[in-house]
Design a protein around this ligand. Structure first.
Ligand code: ZN
Length: 414
């Protein structure tokens, strides 16, 4: 971590500033801390492989002891959750190779790491809607500069959209250290990872951000009232202050991985500081499938919201957030263009024949809505695809990009 991060980092317990404890073991140079201990008036926290760990869970305490003992590699093992020596050696070998992919490192983390369906994340229906919402809202709020916070951002699949928009660099916060470690290396390089617990005060100074979001995680937060208050504290004083909660489940409609969901009225009730507009995910999804514009001017009735599986809530001082946002397929990749791994590909020379094949019946059940944009089978002009991969825009492939047959994934993702 760069020392600049200390300007916005605060202890979640006493609110105090932190500084490097130079009397203890540390590796720091040229304004960055790789490993060390940072302290306030009440606590000390470890910095493990450049990531500050701002909570006192057992792994954090173990990592701190390893750093103090001058063994940063054991601190990393503790934070990644590698108890088994053989597994730890596989992980260390995988991360030492610059050619290792995200997929390879997830596999090397072993069965304790919840990898899930990460390979298919960039085309799953939840992601597709959330990504469009983030690009529209953050793109509007941060147009003239400003800093973004992605809290409970996991391995950074959505933070990735914030990296080109946020100045200074966005902060990615999550409790689960291996995910933010992966995000920094692969998914959202350029974002600043901070490990913290969303059920406590956030470890940031008041008003450090202009835009704060939480996507696909809010229903797993127990301290929801405090969490929303903390999001507003993070953006307090910004003329563009925006709080976005994306894809949170609705208590009134069952869904897989339901969490501790509230009703639409229950969520609205949390926004005491500034009212939120509430959107049902169904209508936003229909906008994305239609591919013209994401319509944030809409007002849906309580009856409609009550029937939605998931909801999006937005409170913003920027009126133009609540507008229609044209959806345009990207022609330049932030990472690299690949054929969606949900397709089997047969190479017949001039054409690549892609056929949709789900990894499991569970996936097919949970994400069946992806059939609304993924074709059963399609042929891809091989020369155009190679030219796109080489960096030449191919308007003829826009439709395949829009339908998520061709996806822009981070370099070395799989
Ligand atoms: Zn403190």
């Amino acid at each position: 971590m760069h020392l600049d991060l200390l300007d916005i980092l605060r202890c979640p317990y006493c609110g105090g500033r932190l500084e490097l404890v130079t009397s203890l073991f540390h590796r720091a140079e040229a304004g960055t801390i790789t490993d060390g201990i940072i302290g306030c008036q009440c606590c000390v926290f470890p910095v493990v492989d450049g990531i500050p760990v701002m909570h006192l869970h057992p792994a954090s305490n173990a990592a701190r002891a390893h750093i103090e003992a001058g063994a940063p590699e054991l601190a990393l093992r503790a934070m990644v959750g590698l108890d088994d020596d053989a597994q730890a050696e596989r992980f260390e070998a995988a991360i030492a190779s610059p050619d290792s992919t995200y997929k390879a490192i997830v596999e090397a983390m072993g069965p304790g790491f919840e990898g899930g369906y990460f390979l298919y994340r960039f085309s799953d229906p939840t992601f597709v809607v959330a990504d469009a919402v983030v690009r529209a809202v953050a793109g509007t709020v941060l147009r003239g500069g400003g800093r973004a916070l992605d809290i409970c951002g996991g391995s950074g699949h959505l933070t990735r959209a914030l990296v080109p928009l946020s100045r200074p660099a966005p902060v990615l916060a999550d409790l689960f250290y291996p995910k933010i470690w992966l995000a920094r290396r692969f998914t959202a390089p350029g974002a600043l990872p901070v490990c913290c617990d969303g059920n406590f005060a956030l470890p940031f100074a008041r008003g450090s951000f202009d835009y704060a979001m939480c996507s696909d995680a809010f229903m797993f937060i127990w301290t929801k009232r405090e969490f929303v208050g903390e999001m507003f504290r993070a953006v307090d004083g910004s003329p563009h202050a925006t709080v976005l909660i994306n894809h949170t489940h609705n208590q009134l409609v069952w869904s897989p991985s339901h969490g501790n969901a509230l009703t639409p009225a229950g969520y609205r009730n949390l926004f005491e500081i500034a009212p939120a507009r509430v959107y049902g995910e169904s209508a936003l999804f229909a906008d994305v499938v239609a591919g013209e514009a994401l319509d944030l001017t809409r007002t849906e009735s309580d009856e409609t919201l009550d029937t939605n599986v998931a909801l999006t809530l937005i409170a913003s001082k920027v009126d133009s957030v609540f507008d229609r946002h044209p959806l345009q397929p990207a022609r330049a990749a932030a990472g690299e263009w690949r054929i969606n791994p949900l397709f089997d590909v047969a190479d017949t020379g001039a054409q690549l024949q892609a056929t949709l094949r789900f990894p499991s019946s569970d996936y097919e059940y949970e994400y069946s809505a992806c059939r609304e944009y993924l074709p059963e089978s399609v042929s891809i002009d091989a020369a155009s695809f190679r030219a796109l991969q080489a960096g030449t825009a191919q308007p003829a492939l826009d439709e395949l990009i829009r339908r998520k047959v061709l996806i822009d994934v981070p370099a070395h993702y799989f």
